[in-house]
Design a binder for this molecule. Structure first.
Ligand code: NAG
Ligand code: NAG
Ligand code: NAG
Length: 367
């Protein structure tokens, strides 16, 4: 079934029921993915993929996953499942690291910055509700076609989705997007397919009193050889055409269908951040930690770190015994244990969670 057909069906289903949030994330087709929450490990200027060893990387990230995370993650010396003592994800065999840029509010009154707090990704049964920061992670197999088999990542694998240097909307299907939530949608987190017509490549142009849901969709096809590439992207590719999300086909250059990783990150833009005065005359007050006021530079980073065999077992269990966080072939830890796995900032600095900053961390200029 084509993604668009599926989305339509889901939309119809939603319209015909009074229960809110019967979106793709809760549909029967949901058996095609694992989905679990990871709480905040640390928020700091570190990026072992783009700026390995750099003390400190240019802009702030919010990082989740295994606590072996460091400014250098050279596969020759760091093996996340061996070196991590805990993970902030609910799946205890997952010591991968997942990160995205932070979003700041720049006061139109005086130009100072405050980090937009994150909030729980609502109504996804289980415990995602308890999460006060962090990322919701998906691993998807093809939603269509008969061959639903995926080949999991090799140790050392890493990739990025999106490009912080984008100054305009990227061509092709939307894979990094913003969903502006009304107050009514705050708990459900919004309905419909990810990065659909309700989402924008740019920051929302109106107040979002229910928050903003940022979605990052990674490529689902791999060249079968390289665990990384100079731009951290060319060893992977999106499926062709409208198959970019959950497709079953791969181009000849990248023939291996890997699990498709997707993030959802919730930002609490309610209250003072939703003042309509800030959204007049084509202006909006948000800026990514790397200085981007457009939102086109939205991106995410992924560093594989599952224990040997665990992810493959789970992907093979989709459709039978695994769905979302319910997957008996994986071990689940309590939200409390996940929340307790944190790391101290190495770049000890004020990241503007409680105070107003005169400039973005790292002295990043707004553009
Ligand atoms: C949430 O729980 C309800 C009731 O047990 C169930 O019908 C629904 O499928 C669950 N949804 C998810 C996403 O687990
Ligand atoms: C992280 O990297 C720094 C700098 O290379 C190093 O000094 C430190 O020991 C590392 N920390 C851990 C926990 O490996
Ligand atoms: C700057 O403006 C924000 C509101 O936009 C306000 O909360 C903050 O206190 C102001 N800071 C200073 C130093 O005036």
């Amino acid at each position: 079934m084509a993604w668009s057909t599926l989305a339509t069906l889901v939309a119809l289903f939603t319209a015909s029921t009074s229960a809110a949030a019967l979106d793709i994330r809760q549909s029967a087709r949901g058996s095609d993915f694992l989905r679990f929450s990871c709480s905040q490990l640390v928020v700091e200027r570190a990026d072992p993929i783009v700026n390995p060893g750099q003390f400190f990387s240019p802009h702030t990230h919010q990082i989740v996953g295994g606590n072996s995370f460091n400014i250098t993650m050279d596969p020759a010396t760091i093996d996340p499942p061996k070196q991590s003592k805990c993970t902030s994800c609910r799946m205890v065999e997952d010591f991968s690291n997942y990160w995205t840029a932070s979003i700041y509010f720049q006061s139109p009154e005086n130009g100072t910055f405050k980090r937009i707090p994150q909030f729980a990704n609502g109504q996804l049964n289980g415990t995602v509700m308890d999460q006060t920061g962090g990322i919701t992670v998906y691993y998807m197999r093809p939603f269509s076609g008969t061959n639903k088999k995926t080949t999991v990542f090799s140790p050392g694998f890493r990739m990025i989705a999106g490009n912080p240097l984008n100054k305009q909307k990227a061509s092709g299907p939307l894979v990094n997007c913003h969903r502006c939530l009304s107050a009514r949608d705050r708990v459900s987190g919004g309905s419909g397919a990810p990065c659909d017509r309700s989402d924008t490549a740019e920051f929302p142009s109106k107040p979002c009193p229910g928050g903003i849901r940022v979605t990052v969709i990674f490529p689902s096809c791999w060249d079968g050889k390289n665990v990384d590439s100079p731009d951290h992207q060319s060893h992977v590719a999106y499926a062709p055409g409208n198959q970019a999300l959950a497709g079953d086909r791969c181009p000849a250059s990248h023939p291996v269908r890997i699990p498709q990783v997707m993030y959802e990150v919730m930002y609490d833009t309610s209250g003072p951040f939703a003042n309509p005065e800030y959204y007049k005359n084509g202006k909006q007050p948000l800026v990514y930690s790397f200085g981007d006021k457009t939102g086109y530079g939205a991106h995410g980073d992924y560093l594989f770190g599952w224990e040997d065999g665990a992810l493959q077992r789970a992907m093979d269990g989709l459709g039978t015994n695994c769905f979302s966080e319910q997957c008996p072939v994986l071990k689940l830890q309590t939200p409390k244990a996940a929340n307790e796995c944190t790391k101290q900032q190495q770049s000890r600095e004020d990241i503007g969670s409680d105070t107003w900053l005169k400039e973005l961390p790292g002295g990043v200029q707004v553009y």
